[in-house]
Unconditional design. Structure first.
Length: 67
């Protein structure tokens, strides 16, 4: 095997590793985006629950203040 063949094989290996690293990085970013979307959904649920609780408390306050 000559020097040029070794260099070509090395470069192909480096290119494959770079490609795999890029794919892994994109996969990680996709997972982070999905987690962010999931967490935003949970925050929305908590905010809606909190708003309902505040509305119920205000209603109860009005009922107790009414003569």
């Amino acid at each position: 095997m000559d020097y040029d063949q070794l260099l070509v094989e090395f470069n192909v290996g480096v290119a494959r590793q770079t490609c795999l690293s890029s794919e892994e990085w994109l996969s990680l970013k996709e997972a982070e985006v999905m987690e962010a979307i999931r967490l935003c959904g949970q925050v929305s649920t908590v905010e809606a629950t909190e708003a309902a609780r505040v509305a119920e408390l205000n209603s109860l306050k009005e009922q107790t203040m009414a003569p």
